[in-house]
Ligand binder design. Sequence first.
Ligand code: CTP
Ligand code: MG
Length: 230
Amino acid sequence: MVALVPAAGRGLRLGADVPKAFARLRGRSLLSHAVGGLLGSGCVDRVVVAVGADDGALAEAALGDVTSQDASPQLVRQRVRLVIGGSERIDSVRAALDVVGGAEVILVHDAARCLVPLSVIRSVVEAVRAGHHAVIPVLPVADTVKQVDDSGVVIATVDRTALRVVQTPQAFEAGLLRRAYADAGGLATDDAGLVERLGQTVTTVPGHPHAFKITTAFDLTVAEALAGDR
Ligand code: CTP
Ligand code: MG
């Protein structure tokens, strides 16, 4: 099992003095937590991480910090490959996908969702192994959702019962993900969106609140409070 980890974003909304993947959470970078979680899940053998062109040294340091309970430092370094990402997330995932050899199942996981529980990683993998070709973790929408016009006036209250917010890791049968990326034109905010454009079925499994994406300084504060459980 291979996991692709897009970690080449700038982290503008976080506003740290390093790219977001290298921001510190309890003394380790987000990337270090994310890679440690994937390798520690027991389902992921290899990881390909896409980082910014200038971030090679930061990335090596992050891999060196992956804790020994996940695997020995030498083993971590053998199992993780670094590639240079692109200007959009989709470019970074594609760069990682380009160096993946023969894998039957590919996971794609945001470095910024570094506290995803092992149970979520395992459940997307199990669903793909059970024959689903594209599997994503989702949560129901807790808040009331309204549609507004350009000036902020409410047009309608949206029925939220059929809405879900989407997390990672997303798991794909490898050939399907490659076809989705081969056809990808324009932007998609997640990988499953590209599979949907092919007309293929995307299946959902329950996500977890701890798989939230660290986007802002507020999120990093929340993550600090949660990370002790990890
Ligand atoms: N990502 C990437 N390459 C990009 C943009 C994003 O690999 N060109 C990665 C980020 O590193 C992150 C994930 O995609 O792990 C989700 O993106 P996001 O949360 O938007 O992170 P950033 O783009 O870094 O943050 P911002 O949009 O605030 O600048
Ligand atoms: Mg971004």
